[in-house]
Ligand binder design. Structure first.
Ligand SMILES: *[C@@H]1O[C@H](CO)[C@@H](O)[C@H](O)[C@H]1NC(C)=O
Ligand SMILES: *[C@@H]1O[C@H](CO)[C@@H](O)[C@H](O)[C@H]1NC(C)=O
Ligand SMILES: *[C@@H]1O[C@H](CO)[C@@H](O)[C@H](O)[C@H]1NC(C)=O
Ligand SMILES: *[C@@H]1O[C@H](CO)[C@@H](O)[C@H](O)[C@H]1NC(C)=O
Ligand SMILES: *[C@@H]1O[C@H](CO)[C@@H](O)[C@H](O)[C@H]1NC(C)=O
Ligand SMILES: *[C@@H]1O[C@H](CO)[C@@H](O)[C@H](O)[C@H]1NC(C)=O
Ligand SMILES: *[C@@H]1O[C@H](CO)[C@@H](O)[C@H](O)[C@H]1NC(C)=O
Ligand SMILES: *[C@@H]1O[C@H](CO)[C@@H](O)[C@H](O)[C@H]1NC(C)=O
Ligand SMILES: *[C@@H]1O[C@H](CO)[C@@H](O)[C@H](O)[C@H]1NC(C)=O
Ligand SMILES: *[C@@H]1O[C@H](CO)[C@@H](O)[C@H](O)[C@H]1NC(C)=O
Ligand SMILES: *[C@@H]1O[C@H](CO)[C@@H](O)[C@H](O)[C@H]1NC(C)=O
Ligand SMILES: *[C@@H]1O[C@H](CO)[C@@H](O)[C@H](O)[C@H]1NC(C)=O
Length: 575
């Protein structure tokens, strides 16, 4: 079984089948079972008591730990004041789209007042760091946790030297108000939601500590759970070797800075080989938008500890100074893009896995825009209109009566969605020119619930083209249900035949579930639609989601019984 199984689940199933036929002992897959009680939790942050929505009274929520091949079963019971769903970010959900979690895409929410739903899915051909989070309103600000997948019993080793220890760092954002109120206020004004007031590391606005021993190697599992900001991460006096991103192994990449867009994860080995002492680990906002002012940062402590307490005490006394890393400038796009563009995928058995035949090509422009204010937007400036966002000029609107997936499975989508998401932008303009940023004739957009329908097993190539409307920004796009290959990226407008465009990497491109598309630029992704269901692709800056920065792929069933989406589970929530 090969390692880079991102998106190759049917191969895995076939090989497991072979083991049975050959009479080999089938490595025992486990069932990892959790119950998530979602409810109020009162916490103190920044000197203030605050009620947040959280799972099992923990913030961040419980860590889900599984091995490749395991079945994960999570019973979610909702006692919070809000309707809720949970998304298992990056899990491929082979034939289990009912468990994916985006509200009104794969399910109606689990209602407030003690309603329950059991998410049940297999981990198939994936290893590394993923996470789970609420996928409704802005609730993921506090409803999130890590989902770690260790190598399965059939191939129990990492493709790198086994580290001595590991630590998970979840980066988040903190508001000193209810995030549901923050979102509601943005809806009423038709503008951007309030910024957070702090960044967090493992839920803390400062003070998180990680103890290490000199000479050891640690696997840091880094997760950007922030709602709206990309981050730079550094540890003073220490360097990393990146070994995976979005639970896809990468070629070892040496760096002293890690860059993560919301939704992305990075697995990085850190060598504790500095002079024993105390060092800051720092996360800082990376801003790709010109003239942006929000520059929050936060720290945690890396502390060397000794085998014996006396030496430890002497060390603590002797070293009071804590070393701070020198961070990149908050708008250092060169460093950000240098990191994003340097990762390559680790090849299983040295053989490329990129599908070379493309069945469907799309060019999708996306970014911000405006729309007339709606009557419900009582605080909206009617001269300016409401901020909106769109993909190929469709501002995505969620259905209200039934999830997209349920309508798809019923075979009657009337009144829920239409199958006319365009393959190309309806109007070609200079997408990334600064003059587009304020050009009224290209700004206006309108709502729709349009999907792109794909035959089973179609290979799709999508050019994701940022627009400069209302400003150029690096938008991280997240695709549910698949990993994709990132074949190329660049700035300006994508030109298929331009001699100056970066060439496609068809040998060892990185695989991801979230790509940070360069500000005022583009990225080319490719994936094979071999998982039937309805899969949303959206900007993982949550501020842009209610504006409509999303679309969905509808993937038809395949020809054989094991390529057909099963019926919904009996407790599937109804609207
Ligand atoms: C949870 O918190 C909200 C907001 O503070 C409050 O309105 C609600 O009554 C609380 N619910 C419970 C069950 O305590
Ligand atoms: C929860 O969802 C139900 C059904 O869609 C809806 O009637 C209700 O208003 C929602 N409640 C909240 C608090 O959003
Ligand atoms: C998940 O794995 C279990 C146990 O191996 C198997 O019975 C089940 O069919 C799998 N489910 C899917 C959707 O593949
Ligand atoms: C929230 O934080 C902002 C910025 O620090 C501050 O101006 C505001 O007063 C705070 N609000 C509350 C309710 O604490
Ligand atoms: C958003 O920020 C403004 C200005 O600081 C403040 O007046 C407002 O109360 C904030 N909204 C929420 C929901 O916290
Ligand atoms: C940034 O600010 C400068 C100076 O105020 C202004 O000239 C420029 O147009 C602004 N850029 C954008 C993209 O808003
Ligand atoms: C970054 O921000 C600084 C300070 O605001 C500004 O002087 C500089 O021009 C900006 N750099 C870029 C590349 O935008
Ligand atoms: C409404 O928007 C227009 C155009 O952007 C602007 O000129 C005007 O000042 C705004 N009005 C208010 C009350 O903010
Ligand atoms: C605005 O966009 C339209 C449509 O592409 C184009 O014809 C027009 O020249 C643009 N105006 C400016 C000022 O760039
Ligand atoms: C598009 O805009 C950019 C930046 O303003 C400019 O350099 C380029 O020449 C324009 N391209 C075309 C085809 O007009
Ligand atoms: C987008 O759609 C709106 C409304 O349907 C239309 O007015 C506008 O011209 C379109 N813009 C582009 C760039 O396609
Ligand atoms: C999907 O297509 C590939 C390449 O065309 C083919 O090798 C494979 O058998 C197909 N898989 C299924 C499950 O149909």
């Amino acid at each position: 079984m090969n390692r880079q199984m991102c998106g190759r689940a049917y191969v895995l199933l076939a090989l497991v089948g072979c083991c049975c036929l050959l009479g080999l002992p089938l490595a025992d897959a486990a069932v990892v079972e959790h119950t998530f009680h979602v409810g109020n939790l009162t916490v103190n942050r920044l000197g203030q008591r605050q009620v947040i929505t959280a799972v099992n009274g923990q913030f961040p929520g419980p860590k889900v730990e599984a091995r490749d091949g395991d079945t994960v079963v999570v019973h979610v019971v909702n006692y919070s004041p809000y309707n809720i769903t949970i998304h298992w970010h990056g899990v491929l959900q082979r034939l289990s789209g009912w468990a994916d979690g985006p509200s009104m895409v794969s399910q109606c929410p689990i209602r407030t007042g003690g309603a329950a739903y059991t998410y049940r899915f297999n981990i198939t051909g994936q290893e590394g760091t993923l996470w789970w989070h609420a996928h409704v309103s802005f609730l993921r600000a506090t409803v999130y946790g890590a989902l770690l997948i260790r190598p399965g019993p059939d191939k129990p080793h990492y493709p790198f030297p086994t580290p001595h220890g590991e630590a998970t760092l979840l980066f988040g954002e903190w508001w000193n108000a209810s995030v549901v109120d923050v979102e509601r206020q943005a809806m009423l004004t038709g503008g951007a939601p309030n910024n957070s007031v702090a960044l967090t590391i493992n839920g803390m606005t400062g003070g998180y500590e990680l103890a290490v021993r000199h000479g050891r190697t640690y696997l840091l599992r880094l997760i950007n759970a922030a709602l709206n900001y990309q981050l730079f991460f550094k540890v003073a006096g220490h360097a990393f070797t990146v070994v995976a991103a979005d639970a896809c192994y990468t070629d070892p990449y040496d760096t002293d800075v890690v860059v993560l867009a919301p939704g992305q994860t990075v697995d990085a080995l850190m060598y504790a080989n500095a002079t024993p002492g105390r060092y800051y680990m720092a996360a800082q906002v990376y801003q790709s938008l010109a003239n942006a002012t929000y520059t929050a940062a936060t720290t945690a402590l890396l502390r060397y500890e000794h085998h014996d307490a006396a030496a430890e005490a002497a060390l603590t006394l002797s070293r009071t100074k804590i070393v701070m890393p020198i961070m990149p400038a908050f708008n250092d796009s060169e460093t950000a893009q240098g990191f994003y563009g340097s990762l390559t995928g680790l090849l299983p058995d040295g053989k490329p896995t990129v599908p070379l035949h493309v069945d469907t090509r799309m060019l999708v422009t996306y970014g911000l825009g405006v729309m007339p204010c709606m009557p419900a937007q009582t605080l909206c400036n009617r001269t300016r209109g409401s901020v909106a966002a769109s993909m190929n000029n469709v501002s995505f609107q969620l259905p209200t009566t039934m999830s997209l997936l349920e309508a798809h499975a019923r075979g009657n989508v009337d009144g829920v969605y239409t199958r006319d998401f365009p393959d190309r932008p309806p109007v070609v303009f200079n997408f990334t020119s600064a003059s587009a940023s304020s050009n009224r004739s290209v700004m206006l957009t309108s709502k729709g619930t349009k999907v792109k329908t794909l035959r089973f097993n179609t290979t799709v190539e999508v050019v994701l083209q940022n627009t400069a409307i209302l400003g150029s920004e690096n938008h991280p796009l997240h695709l549910h249900g698949f990993n994709f290959y990132v074949l190329a990226q660049g700035v300006g407008n994508f030109h298929a035949r331009s001699p100056t465009r970066s060439p496609y990497n068809l040998v060892n491109p990185q695989q991801r579930n979230t790509v940070a598309v360069p500000a005022g630029g583009w990225a080319v992704i490719r994936f094979t639609a071999d998982n039937p269901g309805v899969w949303v692709m959206h900007c993982h800056l949550d501020a842009h989601l209610p504006f409509g920065l999303a679309m969905a792929f509808e993937v038809d069933d395949g020809p054989t019984p094991d390529t057909v989406l099963p019926p919904p589970p009996p407790d599937y929530p109804q609207c």
